[in-house]
Write a protein that binds this ligand. Structure first.
Ligand SMILES: NC(=O)c1ccc[n+]([C@@H]2O[C@H](COP(=O)([O-])OP(=O)(O)OC[C@H]3O[C@@H](n4cnc5c(N)ncnc54)[C@H](OP(=O)(O)O)[C@@H]3O)[C@@H](O)[C@H]2O)c1
Length: 366
């Protein structure tokens, strides 16, 4: 069934439960544009947006007007199909933050050669980065053939990369070993790839279901199951790069390494709906939440931001090419057709049963 004038809402009580509903068509007024979503990615990161929908404000970005339901945000590519904003041409392709819907009406502001932002007042709930639409023609790093890896990894790789940059900048807080939880997540193995040349031993921690996948990546020096935390090698200063966010797992990791645990870098929460930094039962360092902005602000202050971005974009492209390298791809990118299939992908992600070896991209059907 075509997705024309439809949207996929998410139940706030069960992030795997979705509801297809009519939406649009939209007629832009002065200063407005209509974006037709073409391709978007779905990963656990999107489920985390829903989990923090109220706390961080992601539910406010695309209001539904319907109690109990929100629009779970996704990252995607779209085309401008109607425009009453000067400087934004019909036919232009953009990358940005979207609801899972056929079209999105935006109030264009901050229009430059590189893109524009949505000035809708409800979007003030989140930082500017979520409200900006980048024009592909003005993006020197855009490549049409790489849209699938880009839509999947671009929202994640900036965090993988800046986290590593931040840790390097602090000499890994004295650690010689980095333990990475939810090692099968894209954000985790993005960081592992970045750490390939660093003088630290990389240990991936994962569940039984994803262990073979993580071992197959070859990105970690060794791989352990969650049931083997107590067998992890000790006696070396260690850093915890936490993508799982699971408080019970964190307690075990802290207890096992004791005084040798030098830092706990909290990046994700694939296995938890709360960023629990204050746990009275936790021994050792308090988990420090990581934001990409921490690293970018440090570069801005030092005047090294331009150089940082130059290297970042080159490395990001190399990473995209690595994950889809036809000789030994890290993942299989699967294109799902339409919002109906997106609903099934969301269900699997929310239930934690999706295949780590597959990257889900959804194409809107018109
Ligand atoms: N701080 C930031 O700014 C930032 C930026 C980007 C991403 N993140 C966070 O990083 C995390 C990873 O996101 P991603 O998109 O990279 O993930 P992903 O590629 O979809 O990988 C998800 C992995 O998480 C674990 N998992 C997922 N759902 C689960 C469940 N219900 N129960 C148990 N385990 C589950 C599984 O790994 P294992 O079996 O290996 O545990 C799974 O392979 C998310 O929490 C995301 O929000 C944070």
């Amino acid at each position: 069934m075509p997705d024309l004038n439809r949207r996929l809402m998410t139940s706030k009580a069960d992030f795997g439960a979705t509801l297809l509903q009519p939406s649009g068509p939209f007629e832009p007024k002065d200063g407005e544009v209509v974006l037709a979503l073409d391709r978007f990615s779905l990963t656990t990161n999107n489920i985390t947006y829903a989990a923090y929908g109220d706390q961080i404000g992601y539910w406010n970005v695309f209001p539904t007007g319907q109690d109990g339901y929100g629009m779970m945000p996704v990252w995607g590519f779209a085309d401008v199909v109607k425009s009453r904003a000067e400087g934004i041409e019909v036919g232009a392709r953009v990358f940005g933050y979207f609801p899972m819907a056929d079209t999105l009406l935006v109030q264009a502001e901050k229009i430059t050669r590189g893109g524009f932002a949505d000035a809708s007042p409800w979007r003030k709930a989140v930082p500017d980065i979520y409200n900006r639409y980048v024009l592909c023609t003005a993006d020197a790093n855009y490549s049409a053939e790489l849209e699938n890896p880009e839509v999947l990894f671009r929202p994640l790789f900036i965090t993988s990369y800046t986290a590593v940059d931040f840790l390097r900048d602090h000499d890994f807080f004295g650690a010689k070993q980095v333990v990475v939880s939810s090692a099968s997540s894209k954000t985790a193995y993005g960081s592992a790839w970045c750490l390939g040349e660093d003088d630290v031993r990389l240990i991936g921690l994962t569940g039984a279901r994803n262990r073979a996948f993580v071992e197959g990546l070859g990105a970690y020096s060794s791989v352990y199951g969650y049931d083997e935390v107590e067998s992890l090698p000790t006696g070396v200063p260690t850093l915890y790069l936490d993508l799982a966010g699971d408080p019970a797992l964190r307690r075990r990791v802290h207890a096992h390494f004791g005084a040798n645990l030098k830092y706990d870098c909290l990046v994700g929460s694939t296995q938890s709906d709360e960023f629990t930094q204050n746990d009275p039962e936790l021994v050792g360092p308090k988990p420090e939440f990581f934001f990409a902005a921490t690293c970018l602000d440090a570069h801005r202050e030092r005047g090294t931001l331009r150089a940082f971005y130059e290297k970042f974009f080159a490395d990001q492209r190399a990473f995209f090419e690595r994950v889809i390298d036809p000789a030994s791809p890290w993942i299989r990118i699967v294109e799902h057709k339409g919002l109906g299939e997106a609903a099934r992908v969301v269900r699997a992600l929310a239930d934690g049963v999706s295949d780590a070896a597959e990257g889900a991209v959804v194409r809107i059907v018109r």
